[in-house]
Design a protein around this ligand. Structure first.
Ligand code: PLP
Length: 421
């Protein structure tokens, strides 16, 4: 459920008309609903009720300071994957003991930054990383709390670019080698083993892969404990999928996911962490765009809109589907037309949808892309020198720009000329 509904024929974000935001901010833009963000976080938090737990928002899915603050105030921890993300959550006031550091290529500088600024744990992904972390922590005279990310070799049955739990993926260490690698970690100075980490991929629409992975983690917990390690915390990753299309079967609910966690690892007495990103932020955001032209092609109509692949890359990158709806609700009985919906960028990949049925629209009409909160704004670029589009946050009947659109001058001023020019 989200808070983007029609009222009196106008699409709204909570109690604010999208058209009003468009008139103030200009198009294209992203808009997020505070109530939806909080509600989705709460669903996960409630799903783990009864177990000691922390829901860490995977902020790579949506990393605006204002969004971080909303979720942190609701009680979320944060999963970060870079020094930049770490700096962002700290700037938003999140305490170190609620920050988890994931990622396959953490640098020594990033480790130093987190060890100095405060960290709940590092999810370590390889032996060389373990050695560098050991050295950095020892130099600083501290102990780095770690889990080791294991790769359970299960097929997440999702898009190849976002599957991470098969042995061919670059993530984690093979679960078959876990005991050996934990023994190595235990022998290194400056590291404190506290648990196990696993994350098998994104946009999983079936719970079975989670079940298989968590069963393996439960077995491993008992083995590692028998080997003498302290396993008090299980980080079970993110990855629960969302419905991108209203016509699809709904993916599993957080409550079912929570029940699965309790069933597979609940008996171990561990503190549970999960790292949902998309499921919290995805349906909490829209991207809104204006139709520039309706162009008649030889055998089809093109809707050329003012948003492009640089603003929302998911369709080009993951073949992703986004529902696209008119901002002014079509009257019942309005004619439909079939469109290819494209942006202005000079690439055929700049296509958001092919053969999409929409109520007939005209130049100047506004359309909204649903489920654009996750991996939308954060993956945007300025390709074709199109300035990053603004982000707007709605709270009940208020809205605010939480990242402004740069002017052309600001965009150009980021380049500097060498002294010899
Ligand atoms: C990307 C990622 C997540 C979040 O994935 P979602 O599909 O957005 O829930 C969580 N943990 C790790 C380690 C990730 O890389």
């Amino acid at each position: 459920m989200d808070h983007f509904l029609y009222k009196d024929g106008q699409l709204q974000a909570e109690d604010v008309a999208i058209a009003e935001i468009a008139a103030t901010v200009g198009t294209p833009f992203y808009v997020y609903s505070t109530a939806t963000l909080v509600r989705h976080f709460q669903l996960f938090d409630d799903a783990l009720d009864g177990l000691p737990h922390l829901v860490c928002f995977a902020m790579k899915s949506l990393s605006n300071q204002a969004v971080i603050k909303v979720l942190a105030e609701a009680g979320a921890g944060m999963d970060v994957v870079s020094g930049g993300e770490y700096a962002r959550v700290k700037a938003a006031g999140v305490p170190g003991d609620r920050i988890v550091f994931s990622g396959v290529g953490k640098t020594a500088d990033e480790m130093r930054m987190a060890l100095t600024g405060g960290i709940r744990q590092f999810n370590v992904e390889s032996e060389p990383e373990m050695q560098v972390l050991s050295r950095v922590a020892t130099e600083l005279g501290v102990e780095a709390p770690i889990t080791i990310r294991v790769n359970p070799d299960v097929d997440a049955k999702t898009h190849a670019k976002i599957a991470t739990g098969k042995s061919e993926n670059k993530f984690g260490i093979p679960i078959s080698r876990a005991r050996e690698v934990y023994a190595m970690a235990a022998a290194l100075p400056g590291l404190k083993i506290i648990g196990i980490d696993v994350h098998i991929g994104s946009q999983l629409t079936d719970l079975t892969p989670f079940e298989l992975a968590y069963q393996k983690v439960a077995e491993l917990t008992e083995q590692l404990r028998a080997d003498g390690h302290t396993i008090d915390r299980l980080d079970l990753g993110g990855g629960l999928g969302i419905p991108y299309s209203t016509s699809n079967q709904a993916p599993p609910l957080p409550s079912d996911y929570g029940a699965l966690i309790k069933r597979t690892v609940g008996h171990l007495g561990c503190e549970i962490e999960i790292e949902p990103g998309r499921m919290i932020s995805g349906n909490a955001g829209l991207m809104v765009s204006e139709v520039i032209y309706v162009k008649d092609g030889e055998d089809r109509q093109f809707l050329i809109i003012d948003a492009a692949m640089n603003d929302l890359i998911r369709p080009a990158m993951y073949d992703a589907h986004h529902d696209i709806v008119p901002v002014v609700e079509a009257e019942p009985g309005t004619d439909k037309a079939t469109y290819d919906i494209v942006g202005p960028v000079c690439e055929s990949g700049d296509t958001f949808a092919k053969g999409r049925d929409l109520p007939k629209v005209q130049a100047g009409d506004l359309v909204a892309f649903r489920s654009a909160g996750a991996y939308g704004a954060v993956m945007a670029s300025e390709y074709n020198s199109r300035p990053l589009i603004p982000e707007v946050l709605v709270h009940e009947d208020q809205f605010a720009v939480i990242r402004a659109r740069p002017t052309f001058d600001e965009m150009i001023a980021r380049d500097t000329l060498p002294s010899w020019m």
